[in-house]
Design a protein around this ligand. Structure first.
Ligand code: BGC
Length: 735
């Protein structure tokens, strides 16, 4: 017997089927030059399958009713939105969340975000964004989970599970941007990405595949081209890899007008690129209406088949069925946004905890942190008393007025502290940059005083205090989409502010907000303590205050390396070996062997702060690595263990990281790769043995024929607190 969708498809006209492939925008989530027009009329004529940008009972109900009352078959619309790190309660940006290495928390945050979205009538979130990012110039690294395929894959799967829970409030997830968007050349947004298939399968594809394996309902294509063909029209990507190799069963959607943008990529006119996309396996066309306006003609001319259209339509209808929209088109929609869900105390508490857990302590000389609760603190900097920039990019439904500033958070945590403030510097001194970052509302309000006047005031404020906390960094729209930066130091005059504050000789804590790793080499010498807090979301101020006063002992670890200089980019821990590796030189000795080596004349090869790095207020000591065997055969499974001891003065959490090196293989392999991690909590004085199970799955890689397998040989098993501080043991593994 035919299923419901097959029966429905049999009743549909060609126009009705093409209408289902059309995704329109209404509201304020516009990210391109084109905006949908005549939306209501189009819905009424059956020319719309879904929409995004609209949420809340009144508009969702009204528009859904148009589809139900005016169209012949009464097929409900699917409502989507960019719910990227929370809907109304905003959690830390994804880059920040990834630094928690806390999968249970990340999954829970996706669930809570889905609950809020569902309560406002949304069915579909354009998340997780899982593009691997090795280039901090690219502003969208704020939305992603960093440079590593394994960590990225774990996070990808956790988020899909969180959104698509089987409960009442399930929303469909949409993994994006398939594929390679994070590899945009020179970090310039929308730029081409060019790499070997080996790099795709080894480094860039795994997080998308992890989402597919976790059952993600939809996949968004990326703007860039892949091997010369834009992803949105790339059959190899959308059909061969995604559907045939990975078994993806859901539907695909273009990015914002990415079908039309293939014209600018040089692939032909709108009819040609629309047919190319459909044939490649694209099901839904976001905003551009190439499908709506040209597919019929292409069918008449034999450029697409009716079956191509029916297949795409069937996939979209099945997603609606999966959501239960045919049974209840108003599923989960509440008449009023429910206070027990939207910005509820539970959600805010989770956001506060997440803001603290996302912080990465990069330096803490002389244990300046945590601060005493009765300290005399000079709180300086353009982001110290600010609510407008706490949420971070892509917080469409978030309201900055709900945010807790850092000043407020510190007052809440330490009412007895004497806190004086000064601006110190504008976030930027360039009115053009300020205008660009104010495009979604005023984030940067420039103080008319000169940089010198602002610094002079800050220095005199600092001189009266015991300790300085400088809150500096980027305004929130300095990262995100179309927010690439070529110079990724502290913007404006903020570096000079840090230098001036350091020159006072007072203990200096630098807290910085950013949507990317920054180049902070000078500041890393000047400040005694440095805390990366990314953009912490609605509860940013309370979360960071918990860290500053020691109510939460920071445990975040970097998911992206901090470059020493822009000229080092891309810099990432799991790079390949060269034939002329550089092992360092003796200071002052310039000899020939060290000359012909892979290195810079002017800076080290290593990043300023490596992947996986992050300090705690306490100290963890690692034992040597012990292996259950030093020789194994076939499908054996062995264990590797270390004992970690908390030898410092605080209880704390540590993420114990397992890396493996395959020194000799049929292709050259990375110097090391993250394979597993465990986050543990240890009271002061306590120790714990952490055991990892290793199987041949951990040894597998794609060889030159793109065959995924392991090769016999010796492997170096490494465990430690970060990618550049590891203890190791070797094992030989025979077939
Ligand atoms: C972005 C996507 C987003 C879409 C819809 C695009 O510009 O690249 O990440 O989901 O807009 O808002």
């Amino acid at each position: 017997m035919a299923d419901v969708i097959t029966t429905l498809l049999a009743k549909m006209t060609l126009d009705e089927k093409i209408g289902q492939l059309n995704l329109v925008i209404a509201g304020d989530a516009v990210t391109g030059a084109t905006v949908s027009e005549g939306v209501e009329q189009k819905i009424a004529s059956g020319a719309v399958g879904g929409m995004f940008g609209v949420y809340g009972a009144t508009p969702v109900r009204a528009l859904q009713n148009v589809a139900l009352e005016k169209t012949r078959l009464k097929i409900p619309l699917i409502f989507g939105l960019d719910v990227i790190h929370g809907h109304r309660t905003i959690f830390p940006i994804p880059l920040g969340l990834s630094c928690s290495w806390d999968m249970a928390m990340i999954e829970n945050i996706a669930r809570l975000s889905g609950d809020e979205a569902a309560a406002e009538g949304l069915h579909w979130v354009f998340s997780p964004m899982v593009d691997i990012t090795r280039d901090p110039r690219w502003g969208r690294c704020a939305e992603a989970a960093g440079e590593d395929a394994y960590l990225g894959s774990r996070i990808s799967a956790a988020m899909v599970r969180g959104y698509q829970q089987n409960g009442e409030n399930s929303v469909l997830a949409c993994v994006k941007h398939f594929a390679l968007y994070g590899a945009a050349e020179a970090g310039r947004d929308y730029h081409t990405a060019d790499m070997s298939r080996l790099a795709m399968f080894e480094q860039y594809f795994p997080p998308y595949k992890a989402a597919v394996d976790a059952g993600v309902a939809s996949v968004m294509t990326s703007f860039n081209d892949v091997e010369g063909i834009p992803a949105t029209g790339n059959k190899w990507l959308l059909d061969d890899v995604l559907r045939k190799q990975w078994g993806f069963k859901g539907f695909t959607v273009s990015d914002y007008t990415s079908v039309n943008e293939m014209i600018d990529h040089g692939m032909g006119d709108l009819q040609t690129v629309s047919a190319l996309a459909l044939k490649a396996g694209l099901d839904m066309d976001m905003v551009g209406e190439g499908f709506l306006t040209t597919l019929k003609k292409s069918l008449d001319e034999g450029k697409v088949s009716e079956n191509d259209i029916t297949t795409a339509c069937g996939r979209i209808l099945r997603a609606k069925q999966q959501l239960g929209l045919f049974d209840n088109p108003f599923k989960n929609l509440r008449d009023e946004s429910p206070a027990e869900i939207i910005l509820s105390p539970k959600h805010r508490a989770t956001a506060r905890d997440a803001a603290a857990r996302s912080c990465v302590l990069l330096k803490n000389d002389g244990d300046i942190l945590p601060l005493r609760r009765d300290a005399k603190i000079a709180l300086i900097g353009p982001l110290a008393d600010d609510k407008r920039n706490m949420q971070g990019t892509w917080s469409i439904a978030g309201n900055w007025e709900e945010c807790v500033s850092i000043l407020q958070g510190m007052k809440n945590a330490a009412p007895a502290a004497e806190i004086t403030t000064a601006l110190g510097a504008n976030v930027t001194d360039d009115p053009l940059i300020a205008a660009k970052v104010n495009i979604f509302g005023e984030k940067v309000i420039l103080d008319p005083r000169t940089p010198d006047e602002l610094i002079a005031e800050a220095v005199s404020t600092a001189e009266l205090a015991e300790v300085i906390v400088a809150v500096v960094g980027e305004a929130q729209e300095m990262s995100g989409e179309a927010a690439s930066r070529a110079d990724i130091g502290l913007p404006g005059n903020q570096s000079a502010l840090i230098a001036a504050l350091a020159a006072t000789g007072k203990p200096l804590v630098m807290v910085f907000l950013s949507g990317r790793p920054l180049v902070i080499v000078n500041e890393s010498k000047q400040a005694g303590a440095i805390l990366a807090m990314w953009f912490g979301g609605t509860e940013a101020g309370n979360g960071v205050a918990d860290v500053l006063f020691g109510d939460y002992n920071p445990a975040g670890k970097l998911s992206m390396s901090f470059p020493y200089a822009v000229g080092q980019i891309p810099v990432y821990y799991n790079h390949k070996k060269t034939g002329r590796p550089y092992a360092g030189e003796f200071p002052g000795v310039v000899d020939v062997p060290s000359k012909f080596r892979s290195r810079y004349l002017d800076i080290p090869n290593e990043p300023l702060y490596p992947f996986g790095f992050g300090l705690s207020y306490t100290k963890f000591e690692y034992s040597d690595v012990t292996l259950s065997e030093t020789a194994a055969r076939g499908n054996a499974s062995i264990t590797a263990a270390v004992t970690v001891m908390n030898t410092g003065n605080y209880d704390g959490e540590e993420t114990v990281q397992l890396y493996i090196t395959d020194p000799v293989a049929s292709i050259s392999r990375p110097v090391r790769e993250l394979k597993d991690f465990q986050k543990i909590a240890l009271k002061r004085g306590e120790s714990q043995t952490v055991t990892f199970t290793i199987t041949t799955d951990h040894l597998k890689f794609y060889n030159n024929d793109l065959h995924h397998d392991w090769e016999a040989g010796t492997f170096i098993i490494q465990i430690g607190p970060h990618s550049a501080q590891l203890r190791s043991a070797s094992i030989t593994w025979e077939k």
